[in-house]
Design a protein around this ligand. Structure first.
Ligand code: ANZ
Ligand code: ZN
Length: 815
């Protein structure tokens, strides 16, 4: 094997690594090494690994392998997020059990990961669909239930008509099912929720710890999703109704400008206060509105719709009677599901007012033209007008003042509001964690006692799993009918399963003590490993998985089970792998298969291409990169390894100084580049080092110790991205042990100084000294150096009459 043959390298090293299992994390107390926890978002087992996996795991492995090289005790685990709908859909199609498809795919992916040579600790492998994993979902559910953080309520929920299940708000993207793209509709259902809203403020506050460690755009998305706003609750009396109705407003200063009142079309309140004369119109309008998602309803460019409810509300500050309407641009589950409309200063209200001929009253003078004329609302700063006691105040002053006034006579209060909703947990699907609750006609909701966990799934397959709008578990009557754990009477299991995002909300803790039997994780081990130093995964999880994991971590913190409040110290989002400028898809026919790329170019070339393509967060267009060129480069590096003729262990001190300087500058730069995640630039530096070594070999210096030093350095650095080539190179260089662990070199500072140049110093035309200076020295520094020279000083008397400085080579002094 003197030619570079990637397939032969894989065939040789893969079984050796399998047998040596070199990347195990050490649990023991006695291990003195510093710990690092590196995690890639675990895969969903749909078929084999794809190009996206190829990218994220190549990037994550650069970090993990760098830490292994630096000599840390590294935890780099792998597992599978193996519950979920695709398995169920495949099972229905093939008349099989979802587990068959799932576990077959896991095996396929596991083998592909091994070939891809990711530095995993295979001993910690987990699958969330294993009973000894999801048992702990149920245990955690019980703890949440005890703490009032898991509860059931009726209400309108997002329903995917295609997947026949409810969805969390986070799973509805632009009005569509995040998974299948179907238009989401609203349905009235009683469902389980996790009370994430209790943690809204902390989810926001703790983000301070993530500044700098997380991409700014992810933090912004989280902040917007939590959506904290400050404002006031204001009570309006509805004519002919005893109980006042509260509205939430961020602009209580505009209270005198409220000209109408709007109730969410789907809020119970709309039905309640609708005058009989308008009942029919409301019913018709409700049917229309039910077809739209929240996002569509709130879209500012959507034509406004609504119906008058035949009733009037009374403005608490001036007693004005304003008409009450129902409309879809007000949401039932935000604030109080009703608003005071101020068309002059809110665009949606203005659009509505102009459409239905309602009055527009300016109460903040902003200097801009009258909104009633222009159709453009003026939400900005200004001075209050037409507002009684607020006249003349600024917006901010007026907000403070009106809250005082409202609070004084009990008609309102200053308040904080969040956009974040509770996490809807129930799913009407089979392949997930059964919710461990038993419904008893006498005792109500009774949690399955911990010692009876796990509640496993009944053996359903094929047609029995087909979506029917109720959970398939409901048809397993033997499974459903049980004794009440409290009173022993006849009772029934909850037939819904948990959102699979529960599984991924704490898996990173389980890795610290896989197989642990006395709880979801060993608290001591988590204390040692946590929190995760580096997390790598797609930006598509910015508000789903990452928000839920942060929430779980905080609850576990409050339970005294973890001693940190944020699970992921640093987060890296990789870009996507696209082809010809577009996302890969079947319909475009531009898909690229990871396995085929590897067969054609070898693992190392594919990995190197992923890493070299650009900054990790940028998309990689596979049409613009060249795995073939990567392979050619690796062959060049390989020849450097095989061309070295000195013996291992030779002292580098005697080596060629120029090449040694290149090597040490490369060490210095690559170290910094890897730590700042500029992997592509780090690879470019490795390539330059390869060329420098090649040049020296071609100049007949193959036995020079500096050539060996360059080659060994290259093998170590290349191991981050091209592990097979690096390992073989190391062996060819006569080195024993694996190249991959504990070899990262340290740059010698003496070899980092720039080459110097000689500067001639003349006094009155005669050479008096020669100085060794940096080629980049400034004129001022050079002159100062020259004037300070002991050989120059005797020829000066006070300030020179004239100096000519030509940095870095000449200083000419006329005394
Ligand atoms: C009067 C007003 C005047 C408003 C004005 C705004 C500007 P954020 O910041 O998102 O919290 N609102 C309240 N409840 C609503 C609901 N259920 N559906 C739709 N809109 C609702 O927004 C708060 C503002 O959104 C509130 O302040 C209210 O309109 C509206 F010049 O009240 B505002
Ligand atoms: Zn009972």
């Amino acid at each position: 094997m003197s030619e570079y043959d990637p397939q032969a390298l894989q065939d040789k090293w893969l079984p050796i690594w399998e047998q040596k299992d070199p990347f195990r994390a050490e649990e023991g107390e006695s291990d003195p090494r510093e710990r690092r926890y590196m995690l890639d978002m675990f895969p969903y087992p749909s078929g084999d690994l794809h190009m996206g996996h190829g990218e994220v795991f190549a990037l994550g492995d650069v970090v993990a392998r760098y830490w292994f090289q630096k000599g840390y005790n590294v935890l780099h685990p792998i597992g599978w997020d193996s519950f979920g709908l695709p398995a169920e859909n495949a099972a229905i199609k093939r008349n099989a059990h979802p587990g068959e498809w799932t576990y077959a795919n896991i095996e396929t992916q596991a083998n592909s990961f091994k070939r891809y040579a990711v530095s995993f600790d295979w001993s910690r492998r987990l699958h969330t669909s294993d009973a000894d994993y999801f048992k702990w979902n149920q245990w955690l559910f019980n703890r949440f239930f005890e703490r009032g953080l898991a509860y059931r309520k009726g209400g309108l929920v997002n329903w995917c008509p295609n997947d026949q299940t409810v969805l969390a708000n986070e799973q509805v993207v632009a009005g569509r099912c995040e998974r299948c793209g179907a238009d989401v509709v609203r349905r009235e259902l009683t469902q389980w929720y996790f009370k994430i809203t209790d943690y809204a403020q902390r989810l926001l506050d703790d983000m301070a710890q993530l500044e700098g460690g997380w991409p700014e755009r992810v933090l912004t998305m989280q902040r917007n999703w939590i959506g904290r706003s400050e404002g006031a609750d204001v009570q309006f009396v509805i004519d002919g109704r005893d109980e006042p109705v509260t509205v939430y407003t961020t602009r209580p200063d505009t209270l005198f400008g409220a000209t109408f009142f709007v109730v969410a079309v789907d809020a119970a309140l709309a039905d309640e206060i609708c005058d009989p004369s308008q009942r029919e119109a409301l019913e018709a309008y409700k049917r229309e509105a039910a077809k739209l998602s929240d996002i569509e309803r709130l879209a500012t460019d959507k034509e406004k719709t609504g119906v008058f409810l035949g009733r009037y509300a009374i403005n608490p500050v001036n007693g004005e009677r304003i008409p009450v309407w129902a409309a879809d641009y007000v949401l039932a589950d935000y604030g109080h599901g009703a608003i005071m409309a101020v068309p002059a200063h809110d665009q949606r209200d203005l659009d509505f007012a102009l459409k239905f001929g309602l009055p527009v009253k300016t109460v903040v003078h902003t200097g801009l033209a009258d909104p009633g004329e222009t159709g453009v609302a003026t939400p900005g700063e200004g001075q209050l007008v037409n507002s009684g006691p607020l006249d003349g105040l600024t917006k901010t002053e007026a907000i403070g003042r009106i809250i005082e006034i409202l609070e004084a006579d009990g008609r309102g209060t200053g308040t904080v509001n969040f956009r974040l909703r509770d996490w809807l947990l129930s799913r009407q699907r089979f392949w997930g964690t059964p919710i461990p609750i038993i419904h008893c006609p006498d005792c109500g909701e009774v949690p399955v006692p911990d010692e009876q966990l796990p509640v496993t799934l009944p053996d359903l397959r094929g047609e029995a799993l087909a979506p029917k709008g109720v959970s398939p578990l409901a048809s397993a009557t033997d499974w459903v009918n049980v004794e009440c754990p409290k009173c022993g009477g006849a009772a029934q299991r909850d037939t819904d399963t948990m959102d699979t995002f529960v599984d991924s909300s704490w898996y990173f803790l389980r890795y610290c003590s896989p197989g642990y039997n006395d709880g979801p994780f060993d608290v001591e081990q988590v204390r040692k490993w946590g929190p995760i130093d580096q997390y790598v995964g797609g930006v598509e999880h910015a508000v789903l998985h990452l928000m839920y994991s942060r929430f779980f971590t905080k609850v576990l913190h409050d339970m005294g089970m973890v001693d940190f409040v944020e699970p992921f110290v640093r987060l890296m989002n990789q870009g996507q792998v696209i082809n010809q400028g577009k996302a890969m898809s079947k319909s475009l026919g531009n898909g690229v298969d990871l396995g085929q790329q590897i067969d054609a170019f070898g693992v190392d070339a594919v990995r190197l291409t992923m890493v070299f393509a650009g900054p990790p967060e940028d998309d990689i267009d596979w049409a613009d990169v060249s795995p073939h060129a990567s392979q050619k480069y690796l062959a060049r590096a390989f020849r450097v390894f095989t061309d070295v003729t000195s013996e291992p262990g030779v002292s580098f001190d005697e080596g060629d100084l120029e090449l040694r300087r290149v090597t040490h500058r490369t060490i210095d730069e690559v170290t910094k580049l890897v730590e700042s995640h500029k992997f592509n630039v780090a690879v470019a530096r490795m390539m330059e080092l390869t060329s420098a070594a090649r040049k020296a070999i071609d100049a007949g210096k193959s036995a020079d110790p500096a050539v060996r030093e360059a080659a060994e350095t290259l093998a170590i650095m290349l191991s981050l991205a091209a592990p097979y080539t690096a390992e073989e190179g190391w062996e060819r260089l006569g080195r024993t042990g694996s190249v991959a662990i504990g070899n990262w070199p340290v740059a010698d500072p003496a070899l980092l100084v720039q080459d110097s140049v000689t500067c001639v110093v003349q006094v009155a035309g005669k050479v008096r000294d020669r100085l060794e200076v940096s080629p980049e020295i400034s004129e001022g520094d050079l002159l100062a150096l020259a004037m300070d020279s002991e050989r120059v000083k005797p020829f000066l008397n006070g300030e020179p009459r004239k100096v000519i400085v030509r940095a870095p080579k000449l200083v000419n002094i006329v005394p």
